[in-house]
Design a protein around this ligand. Sequence first.
Ligand SMILES: [Fe+2]
Length: 221
Amino acid sequence: MLSAIRTAVRPTTLLARNVASMGMRSKHTLPDLPYAYNALEPYICEEIMKLHHSKHHQTYVNGLNAAEEAYASASTPKERIALQPALKFNGGGHINHTLFWKNLAPASAEGGKLADGPLKQAIERDFGSVEAMKKELNTKTAAIQGSGWGWLGYNKSTGKLEVVTTANQDPLISHVPLIGIDIWEHAFYLQYKNVKPDYLNAIWNVINFKEAEARFLEAQS
Ligand SMILES: [Fe+2]
């Protein structure tokens, strides 16, 4: 009797569980840019922004969704381990680019302007000056071999701001990211060719310091 009930109930229960888990695993989507594709000109041109956002970032989103789906249906630890590089690469790409769009702002909308406040004071305390911080971030970012990201990060264990870099699409885990600079060629090559320092100097004109300060304050709360 009991086994008959079990047989009758089990398929329904399993189906309900599957539907619930599918519902909980919502798909990642490409976030809208908070400004127009041409809004960062002349520092970052419209063509770069359009391709970078609608093609490159979209590819990471698609790759992350595919990797998560494959992970959910993998039945052995070996299969799940084999999917980890794809999860890290595409997941990191999605996380990093989502941060990146928000840490840029048109020069006409206060991009590049760092008002006096907690962030500016912390930068001056930890680097000596804002210019010294920019120089260190540019130098270390330009020195990355291959593709990667340069970061102004907040070190929670020391309470200090530090410049750090990550390779490929590795997200910043050791620090809270305040400003991230994409040094993949897709981020600058169409406009700046191989001259990384020109791209790195130009991008400071469209850095959203208000966003960076908000992340800084949130990291300390
Ligand atoms: Fe990128």
